[in-house]
Design a protein around this ligand. Structure first.
Ligand SMILES: Nc1ncnc2c1ncn2[C@@H]1O[C@H](COP(=O)(O)OP(=O)(O)O)[C@@H](O)[C@H]1O
Ligand SMILES: [Mg+2]
Length: 337
């Protein structure tokens, strides 16, 4: 996609970089609002396009409700998109699944959730959690399973391995449980891991360890990560590319250094200003209005950030901004750029 992982929204026919493992084009997801008599919908994801390259991490950054999890759930087949296309290793997702099956796609595209306790079964040992996917996906013969489980526990830093294997989820710390979830994900040799806020429920002291573990797996195993977070600082730390989402829209994207160090969209600037800085006693003042976060509909017009933007004009109220290319690897949607 124009030689960058996260780039301007191109037409589906524009050149695809072969290193893209997952490509998303013009993704839209509407949800019914649940009124008994009206068929009203809200648009949780609107015209989202990006490429996730092999062995790279793409951070999706935004506040709660910006559509990050909905995007990940479409990629993991929990939801179906309203429109737009997803390609896996160059093939339309529907074609890949028709050819190889849901189970094979689920093997290759794994998900890690925010709450490691919720994603583990309290009645089963750690051994069971890791052995099960190995058997379901035929990744080890029965006789080889114990050695493979121990090898995976070692790889994610859960030692001594034999002792850990016998434990139950409640006997581990939050960070250790997330390591089990990671071991389970990599057990089946995936191409992609969709990590939905994988550290936000963990103790601050163990967050860096989990990010470093994912970084190692990315570099050593060539796994691509979609890293969902509301923390722009960890996006810069972990991911090569970053996309900032607001109310279902990608408002700024590109190489992480540019997006997180010299953000150009007022919303990205707001996120960055909320990051505590050493020496300034905490947070910088926000030059952004409090404003309502809009409920987006198919018929909505204008820039989604208009209600909170200090630079909003009547044009911003009326027209969705086009994509502005700020550098070879940096893009944003704002009328003032
Ligand atoms: N299953 C659902 N049914 C209806 N609305 C949903 C559903 N899932 C998410 N939404 C709505 O879609 C929007 C985006 O949600 P989500 O993707 O969870 O955001 P994020 O992960 O960025 O916090 C929110 O307004 C949320 O209420
Ligand atoms: Mg979420």
């Amino acid at each position: 996609m124009l030689n960058s992982t996260v780039s301007r929204a191109p037409s589906s026919e524009e050149n695809r970089v072969s290193s893209a493992v997952l490509s998303v084009r013009h993704l839209v997801k509407d949800f019914a609002l649940g009124h008994a008599l009206k068929s009203e919908t809200m648009r949780a994801v609107n015209d989202v396009s990006f490429d996730l390259n092999r062995g790279e991490a793409l951070a999706i950054v935004g506040e709660s409700g910006s559509g990050k999890s909905t995007g990940a759930r479409i990629l993991s087949r929990i939801y179906r998109q309203t429109s737009g296309e997803v390609r896996f290793k160059g093939q339309l997702l529907e074609d890949f699944i028709a050819k190889h099956g849901e189970l094979e796609y689920a093997r290759q595209v794994q998900m890690i959730f925010q709450d490691p306790f919720g994603s583990l079964n309290p009645v089963h040992t750690i051994y069971h959690h890791i052995a099960r996917p190995l058997l379901i996906h035929g990744r080890a013969n029965k006789a080889d399973v114990p050695a493979k489980v121990y090898q995976l526990l070692e790889l994610v830093g859960l030692t001594p391995v034999a002792e850990t294997a016998e434990k139950y989820p409640h006997e581990l710390s939050g960070g250790q449980r997330q390591r089990v979830a990671i071991a389970r994900a990599i057990a089946v040799d995936p191409e992609v891991i969709l990590a939905d806020e994988p550290i936000s429920m963990l103790d601050v002291s163990v967050r860096l360890g989990i990010l470093n573990l994912m970084s190692d797996l990315k570099d050593k195993m060539g796994i691509s990560f979609m890293y969902i977070t509301h923390d722009i600082a960890t996006a810069r730390y972990f991911a090569e590319k970053t996309a900032v989402m607001y109310v279902g829209h990608m408002v700024e994207w590109g190489d992480s250094d540019s997006v997180t160090q010299t953000p150009q969209h007022p919303y990205s600037q707001l996120l960055l200003s909320a990051v505590p800085k050493v020496g300034n006693g905490g947070r910088r003042a926000l030059a952004v209005k409090k404003g309502e976060i809009p409920l987006w509909h198919a018929e909505s017009v204008g820039c989604p950030f208009v209600g909170r933007c200090p630079r909003a004009t009547s044009t911003c109220q009326e027209t969705m901004p086009d994509v502005t290319q700020l550098s070879e690897t940096h893009f944003a949607r704002c009328h003032h750029l």
